[in-house]
Design a protein around this ligand. Structure first.
Ligand code: ZN
Ligand code: ZN
Ligand code: FE
Length: 761
């Protein structure tokens, strides 16, 4: 006999990030509270509910379903359909559906919640000091999921059988660990071991942790199997340990991040605003770029010559236990070699990291895919995600209209891929520079993984305009229609896509290198983008780049190229040039300029920065991409003045050329006069932000989009936005999508999706 209370029945489909966040127990409790009968289950497209009750109960149930959802849930849509009333007597959580379209959203890995932290620090708790503690509000997700729906057999926890107590928690809808897929305890879950460099177990469980701590205190380097991959860690106070890590990792100068025990330790080493504190303590627990106090405790080798410091807090129970035990700051850098992907498997790590690490702190919970630490910074009044990985990937972005599934294979440096499904755009986790076979294999793997896990059948592929990038070769290997998008155009489209902007816009893409449509090296582009297509509205006046790509690592070459373009032969008489090259090199360069051999033309803003940085005192060679430009920015400090340099405009071949020559000659004169680097750097930034505003005025377009690696420069970005705002332009820049080449795949996908790769005719 049907339940007498039941007057109405509904099927409810909830889509979004609703699996693995305690959504079903929430629905269960809500249903009981409002006397709703029926059931709830996971399905590949989200959560399905059958709800039956009187009108008032159903009404309240639906309202609270949205408003009271668990903290990690992101509801995208709730759809209801009338159903037939039946004789169900209670509300149940039932088995998942595994068939149907896989549209549920996979959650990123989330840092340990406060409840789990108190479990592991309470001597009376059965999870006391257990490094793999988690619950529905925290713990691994993306890094352990093999398929959808998100249930334990489809995770890398499938080999661990829960003990009776864990199973009880898992089955109890009133427990925080109800259907917490990675639920585990010291009796039934993963365990730590410590390996020597040969892979021999030298300690287990708690002893393994103690052995690792002891090694760190003795100045050793430990490879730690973390959440989404290996980290290399050592004592951040020990200069020898830091130097050894740099040497072994072949990373001479690029800044390392540190991990500190808690926020007060972070405050010891950095100036932290309220906004930055929120970034640091957010559930994603990213690396946050902060202003360093240059504290004498920290080894100078952590971030040489850098007034900022990347800091993160512990984000797994293992990190918490380690940091509580050590009580000191540690260097925590990705477990890889330069230009290689992060290691995820301990046996692989033993081979790849053997010459770097003195010991391995590992465990037996497999990592399904590499997910590096994310990097964020508070800039221009907003959060800016500089590296999008742990805690953020693979959360989707939404576009207005659904279309065919596409794959965008991204850029050559800081590679990511983007896969689309209807209105959802999934940016992959950070893959890295495609300068090794291993990285290229990871690109292939990540692209396939992302489309497989969501069951996406790729219909078209988009890639960079550069024919020789590994990412372009990969795009072509599908045998599908392939649509190249010019690099800087992709940068600009990444802003349009992120902010869902209406056209027309003026896009400013300033960065190091990207192949232009005329086969020259572009990098200072202003694009006018309308519904009719794009037009290259302005760019730097081209200059010579002796040696082309070699110049990315040799700021002296950019300087020589700029000077030669501006003053011809006289460039060779400039003292800095004479000092930076040997007489033999100068003779060769001289003849190369004369005969136009090994000479490239560029409009790269990155190279202009390099050249000015070198002329004002930076090294002839840099240690990593962008170092010279960063150094120039850092030299500004708190300098302020009203002066700037002139940049004149020439109308040339239907575009505006920004003539930097007078500026460079003035800079050379000022150096002779002994004007400080600080002042020159400031005026240079000022001149560039002015010119954006001047071009914006000329373009008569109100919306201005800023993108490209140069805008990771906080001074440049903030000065430019300020100039634009002064003149009532609306400024947009990348915040959630990386402004560097990590955002290129998203830009390619957005451009192609809107037909935005077509030039105006
Ligand atoms: Zn928890
Ligand atoms: Zn257990
Ligand atoms: Fe770029």
């Amino acid at each position: 006999m049907p339940d007498l209370d039941s007057k109405r029945a509904l099927t409810i489909k909830v889509s979004g990030a609703v699996q693995g966040v305690g959504f079903r127990p929430f629905v269960y409790k809500l249903a009981r509270k409002h006397r709703v009968k029926g059931h709830v289950k996971n399905s590949p497209d989200g959560v399905r509910i059958f709800a039956q009750g009187d009108d008032a109960s159903i009404h309240d149930f639906l309202i609270h379903l949205r408003s009271d959802a668990p903290p990690l849930a992101h509801i995208q849509d709730i759809r209801t359909h009338p159903a037939t009333v039946n004789d169900c007597k209670n509300f149940k959580i039932i088995h998942s559906n595994t068939s149907g379209e896989k549209t549920a959203i996979i959650l990123p890995d989330m840092s340990t919640c406060d409840d789990c932290l108190s479990d592991i620090t309470d001597p009376g708790n059965r999870r006391y000091q257990y490094p793999f503690t988690n619950c529905t509000n925290c713990g691994p997700r993306f890094s352990i999921i093999k398929g959808l729906p998100y249930d334990r057999p489809a995770t890398s926890m499938s080999n661990f059988e829960m003990c009776d107590e864990c199973q009880f928690e898992y089955n109890d809808p009133n427990n925080r660990r109800f259907h917490a897929q990675p639920n585990a305890c010291p009796d039934c879950g993963p365990q730590l071991v410590f390996w020597d460099t040969k892979g021999k177990v030298t300690a287990k469980k708690q002893d393994a942790l103690l052995m690792a701590m002891d090694a760190i205190m003795k100045g050793k380097i430990i490879a730690l199997k973390g959440l989404g991959g290996f980290q290399l860690i050592c004592d951040a106070r020990n200069p020898d340990a830091v130097t050894t890590l740099r040497k072994r990792k072949n990373r001479p100068a690029k800044p390392f991040a540190i991990m500190v025990k808690n926020k007060s330790m972070a405050e010891e080493f950095c100036y932290i605003s309220q906004n930055e504190l929120e970034l640091l303590t957010a559930p994603q627990k990213p690396i946050v770029i902060l202003d360093s106090k240059c504290h004498p405790t920290l080894s100078k080798g952590i971030a040489p010559g850098n007034p900022t410091l990347g800091v993160m807090l512990p984000y797994t129970p293992l990190h918490h236990l380690l940091m509580m035990g050590l009580g000191i700051p540690i260097v925590a850098t990705s477990g890889n070699l330069a230009n290689e992907p992060i290691c995820i498997d301990e046996h692989e790590a033993l081979e790849r990291l053997a010459h770097i690490a003195d010991g391995f702190l590992v465990h037996d919970r497999p990592i399904v895919r590499p997910v590096d630490d994310s990097v964020v910074r508070w800039m221009a009044g907003k959060r800016m995600i500089i590296r999008r990985a742990r805690g953020f990937a693979p959360f989707p972005f939404h576009q207005k209209n659904g279309k065919n599934a596409i794959l965008a294979t991204g850029a050559h440096l800081k590679n990511t891929v983007t896969v689309t499904r209807n209105t959802q755009f999934f940016i992959s986790q950070h893959i890295g520079n495609l300068e090794s076979d291993l990285s290229t294999q990871t690109l292939v793997h990540v692209a396939k993984d992302l489309s497989q896990i969501y069951d996406i059948n790729i219909q078209a592929v988009t890639c960079d305009h550069h024919p020789d990038y590994q990412s372009t070769h990969f795009a072509k290997s599908f045998g599908l229609p392939t649509y190249p998008v010019q690099h800087h155009l992709a940068h600009v489209w990444s802003v349009i896509g992120e902010h869902q902007l209406e056209l027309p816009i003026l896009g400013v893409a300033w960065d190091g290198t990207g192949l232009g449509m005329d086969d020259n090296i572009w990098g200072s582009e202003f694009f006018q983008i309308t519904e009719q297509g794009w037009k290259r509205f302005a760019h730097l006046k081209p200059f010579f780049l002796p040696g082309g790509d070699m110049a990315t690592k040799e700021p002296r070459r950019s300087a020589l190229g700029l000077l030669y373009t501006a003053m011809g032969e006289a460039a060779f008489e400039i003292p800095q040039i004479q000092q930076a090259f040997t007489p033999e090199e100068l003779t060769i360069l001289h003849s190369q300029f004369a005969a136009d051999i090994n000479m490239f033309e560029t409009t790269s803003m990155g190279r202009l920065f390099d050249g000015v940085s070198f002329l004002t005192g930076f090294d002839p060679q840099s240690q990593f991409e962008g170092q010279a430009a960063m150094d120039l920015e850092f030299s500004i400090g708190d300098f302020l003045c009203r002066a700037s340099y002139p940049i004149t405009l020439h109308h040339q071949d239907d575009t505006h050329e920004l003539d930097w020559q007078t500026m460079i000659l003035e800079i050379v004169d000022e150096i002779k006069l002994g004007i400080s680097r600080q002042e020159i750097a400031f005026k240079f930034h000022q001149a560039l932000s002015n010119v954006v505003m001047v071009i914006a005025r000329l373009s008569r377009v109100n919306r201005v989009c800023l993108s490209g690696g140069c805008f990771q420069n906080k001074s440049l970005l903030e000065m430019t936005i300020q100039q634009l705002h002064k003149e009532k332009f609306s400024a947009y820049w990348n915040q959630e999508v990386p402004i560097n080449d990590g955002g290129i795949s998203f830009g390619q996908a957005t451009a192609f999706y809107h037909g935005g790769q077509t030039p105006c005719v």
